[in-house]
Design a protein around this ligand. Structure first.
Ligand code: AMP
Ligand code: MG
Length: 629
């Protein structure tokens, strides 16, 4: 079939609704609209031609033949079709507009089957659409058609009459209508706003799209690694860069590579206090005695130029004098006076103790890469390049609140059955350490109106919203209902302990959007879910390169009970055993409400999904808290 069909992309329009830009050439998902149409058509036909009336060179660069209309004056799709049919090398011509990058992969096949079955001159695609009145009707897509070359005389006659309407011409020939059930495949992009929306949709896939990439996605039994993966694939980094003074850049995320403007060090120099000379004159079988002609200090250029049999006394960092390539450390001299130094054989080799110009960093090479979270060494490195400022990602704004009628804030009396809100303080600490701008929204009551208002306010002022409580199945937990109405939010039961229930997604309010992490209420669960889900996501939003969790394997000093089929995060104390080796113990009770277990711990013992009971002496994975949030 393919051999009897060529395709024509209709790109000859004025692009009136797009502000007269050349539609087919508009950038779209890494290519242009026309290149996407071409990619979809090419596998279905023998060859593809593009009908265009402007920018012919840009269209031929796509690798297709380009034909302008024979009729002058942008006379519409029929003018393109006429030209296409005149130059068509096959019996059949398939047309598609340049702004329909989603067209069906079986367009040619289905039109072909109908054309032949009905003995028609032309087959045209149609879909079922539901109107505003709720009624379903057939929508014809006249520019998606397969036409016989033999219909050209009829088209010439029709155009002679001055008419230009596609469906008008269809009335004069035998047409087969073919119903496609994927209406979305025929959608075309008419305005720049639609184009932008499509680009945004591609850049911001729905949570469902992201989750469906995992086989067997079940929100009620989600393994930790799958939840982490969905979050990672769904989250997009925020935009915004600021230049800050070097000291303020500590712990910030570098927003662009730092390129060294200079060689570091700027000159060859000495790594030791000693004597610089040309190594070629070292004798292998006897002492070498050199005359000292002067001293080269660090930071003070000298014009000293030792000749044969001469050397220069040099300080660490002193610029290597001309002709010198070797330094004898002072303490290795066999004999030393104010005027001469003697070197025993085999004390130094040529090139020893010399630092090369640019050996730390060459001018023009990247000293630090974008995405690095700047640590003290990095500040020093940037300073060594003489740079006073660095570009960093803007700080992430994170709003959070606690939910629950039983919660009281510090300073309030504790009524019966109530607890003080501790989650806002652990969250504060963890977010502060991540370098976020923090918006603490306090405690929100378990009622729908208050929750909606709080979520909306948080969404409008922050990049991410973190809540605690209300995401399990409790009767007074309206949190889930309200979250679901504000955006694209999934509720998960994660195969982990503590921290099984969690909400994740993106909420919207008044044109703003924010990622949402609905963490469980129990104080340990909050920390664990923050650490293993939210923290990575926030780092990704900040544009930071975050290495995965760095685990160590150490011996368990005790047996640990563990059910296979879920990941357990037990709080541990890493210590040095009597024999000097490292071992880990579990802090007392591991209940998810017992914050003391977290406070006493210095590491998390990670017992993986498939793992069962741990015997005393078994090796287990741990993540140490130091250096983490
Ligand atoms: P929930 O997920 O809302 O059912 O909460 C689970 C448990 O965590 C309940 O015992 C809550 O009282 C407790 N809890 C929820 N939020 C907090 C908080 N902010 N501080 C301390 N405990 C909390
Ligand atoms: Mg609650």
């Amino acid at each position: 079939m393919e051999h009897s069909i060529s395709a024509l992309i209709l790109a000859g329009g004025r692009g009136t609704r797009m502000g007269r830009v050349d539609k087919g050439l508009q950038p779209f998902r890494g290519g242009t609209l026309a290149s996407h149409v071409l990619q979809r058509l090419a596998p279905q036909v023998a060859s593809v031609t593009i009908n265009a009336n402007r920018n012919l060179g840009a269209y031929s660069a796509l690798g297709a033949e380009v034909l302008p209309d024979e009729l002058e004056g942008y006379e519409g799709p029929l003018a393109g079709l006429q030209t296409g049919l005149r130059h068509c090398a096959t019996d059949l011509l398939l047309t598609a507009p340049c702004d329909s990058p989603f067209l069906p992969p079986d367009l040619a096949q289905r039109l072909y089957d109908a054309l032949n079955a009905q003995g028609a001159d032309l087959a045209v695609a149609s879909t079922l659409e539901t109107g505003e009145d709720g009624k379903t009707r057939t929508q014809l897509h006249p520019v998606f058609c397969l036409v016989r070359k033999s219909a050209l005389p009829a088209l010439d006659d029709y155009l002679q009459t001055g008419s230009r309407k596609m469906d008008g011409w269809y009335k004069s020939i035998k047409v087969a209508e073919v119903l496609f059930n994927d209406a979305a495949a025929f959608r075309n992009i008419n305005t720049l706003t639609e184009l932008q929306n499509e680009e945004d949709a591609a850049a911001n896939p729905s949570l469902k799209d992201v989750a469906s990439c995992l086989s067997g996605y079940d929100p009620d039994a989600l393994p930790v690694r799958n939840a982490q993966r969905i979050i990672r694939d769904f989250i997009q980094p925020v935009r915004g860069i600021e230049k800050v003074a070097l000291r303020s850049a500590l712990e910030r995320v570098l927003a662009a590579d730092v390129i060294s403007p200079i060689n570091v060090p700027a000159h060859d120099n000495s790594a030791m206090d000693g004597f610089a000379f040309a190594g070629a004159q070292l004798k292998a079988d006897g002492n070498t005695t050199l005359k000292v002609i002067g001293t080269a200090y660090a930071g003070r250029p000298s014009a000293l130029k030792p000749g044969p049999g001469e050397c220069v006394r040099i300080m660490t960092g002193g610029v290597m004098p001309d002709g010198c390539d070797t330094v004898l450390p002072q303490e290795l001299a066999a004999d030393l006076s104010d005027v001469a130094v003697t070197i025993a054989p085999n004390t130094v080799r040529t090139g020893d103790n010399r630092r090369f110009k640019g050996e730390d960093l060459g001018a023009g090479t990247p000293a630090l890469r974008k995405g690095k979270v700047l640590r003290p060494a990095d500040l020093g490195l940037v300073a060594s390049l003489g740079l006073a400022e660095v570009p960093v990602q803007r700080r992430l704004r994170v709003a959070f609140f606690s939910t629950g009628d039983e919660l009281r804030s510090i300073g309030e009396p504790l009524a019966e059955g109530c607890v003080y809100d501790s989650n806002r303080y652990t969250l504060f600490g963890m977010l502060q350490r991540l370098g976020c701008d923090i918006v603490d929204m306090g405690i929100v009551k378990d009622d729908a109106a208050s929750l909606e208002e709080a979520l909306r306010t948080a969404c409008e002022c922050a990049d991410a919203v973190i809540t605690s409580g209300g995401v399990s199945v409790g009767a007074a937990d309206y949190t889930k209902q309200v979250m679901a109405t504000l955006g694209d939010v999934h509720f998960w039961k994660i195969g982990m302990r503590p921290g099984r229930p969690m909400a994740f997604g993106r909420i919207r309010s008044n044109g703003h959007s924010a990622y949402l992490f609905g963490l469980p209420g129990n104080p340990v669960a909050v920390m664990v879910t923050f650490y293993f889900f939210a923290r990575h996501a926030l780092l990704h939003m900040m544009g930071a390169d975050s290495p995965g969790d760095q685990m160590l394997r150490v011996r368990s000093a005790q047996p640990i009970r563990k059910k296979p089929g879920r990941t357990e995060y037990q709080r541990g104390i890493l210590a040095t055993a009597l024999d000097g080796s490292r071992e880990v113990r579990i802090t007392g009770s591991q209940g998810s409400g017992i914050l003391r277990s977290m406070s006493e711990a210095n590491c998390m013992v990670v017992l993986h999904d498939e793992q069962g009971n741990v015997a005393e002496g078994d090796l287990v994975d741990i993540i140490v808290f130091d250096g983490l949030v």
